[in-house]
Design a protein around this ligand. Structure first.
Ligand code: ADP
Ligand code: ADP
Length: 234
């Protein structure tokens, strides 16, 4: 069952005296429950593509469909609802530094209108899932990189997303911490059936966790397939 469909997506940035074709005719189909890797070098178009998936960026051409719905023509209210089903984590975690770990995880729950007490209860559950219950009262600055990413994952899961987009989520972490974060993502995928899209420039990350992979180069997809297919093709 297809959850994300990218059809002929192009994105051109037009500057004062230049034009950058960041994406050219991208076609991609991601199925429910997959861990899908999008790998490419710096400047290949990975961030632009992932930003098109949650409509932080509007494609110049083509369509992005989430569960068969074209985000470009969804009414505002439905678009907002669909977007809460697409969560994201980042290379630099993007935590709120003035808030405790627990309050960081509560934040998206407050935004979607949950009562304070329920939000805190849910946030505590989420911290347990990511193995950080004992840090609930700490501030982000007191945490290691891996712990910060665990908080970000807990926050991302708060509103029960169907899709988790990971934009270079392990690029700031050492190899051991990277492994533990990838293990957590795998666990979440298995337990909750959340579709995970991993954007990375690191081959090892894709080989460790992904079921399917797309190689992006110069704004086009060079190859797509299962990890075995793509990495053993002659
Ligand atoms: P990656 O994430 O793979 O490093 P990006 O998607 O960030 O690649 O960038 C792809 C290309 O598009 C690069 O040449 C980049 O400079 C350009 N680009 C990205 N965002 C913008 C923007 N907002 N305005 C102009 N050019 C952009
Ligand atoms: P990354 O490649 O790590 O995603 P970048 O440094 O390429 O990060 O981009 C950071 C931000 O700057 C993004 O929002 C991107 O859209 C924007 N950006 C990237 N390249 C350009 C560019 N050439 N002109 C304007 N904005 C850009």
């Amino acid at each position: 069952e297809t959850i994300i469909q990218v059809k002929d997506v192009g994105k051109t940035f037009i500057g004062k005296d230049n034009r950058v074709e960041a994406l050219k005719g991208i076609n991609l189909e991601i199925h429910k429950g997959e861990i899908y890797g999008i790998i490419g070098m710096s400047g290949a178009g990975k961030s632009t593509l992932v930003r098109c998936l949650n409509f932080l960026e509007k494609p110049t051409t083509g369509t992005v469909m989430i569960e068969g719905k074209d985000l470009a023509v969804l009414p505002e209210r439905e678009l907002r609802q669909t977007r809460t089903q697409i969560a994201m984590i980042f290379q630099h975690f993007n935590l709120l530094m003035q808030r405790t770990v627990l309050d960081n995880v509560c934040f998206p729950l407050e935004i979607t209108g949950q009562k304070k007490k329920e939000a805190r209860g849910r946030a505590k559950e989420l911290l347990e899932i990511v193995g950080l219950s004992e840090k609930a009262k700490a501030y982000p600055a007191q945490l290691s990189g891996g712990q910060k990413q665990r908080v970000a994952i807990a926050r991302a899961l708060a509103n029960n997303p169907k899709i988790l987009l990971c934009d270079e989520a392990t690029s700031a972490l050492d190899p051991t911490t990277t492994k533990s974060i990838l293990a957590l993502l795998k666990d979440i995928n298995k337990k909750y059936g959340i579709t995970i899209v991993i954007i990375t420039h690191e081959m090892a990350v894709v080989q460790e966790i992904c079921t399917h992979v797309a190689i992006i180069d110069g704004g086009t997809l060079a190859e797509t397939g299962t990890v075995e297919e793509v990495f053993t093709r002659p």
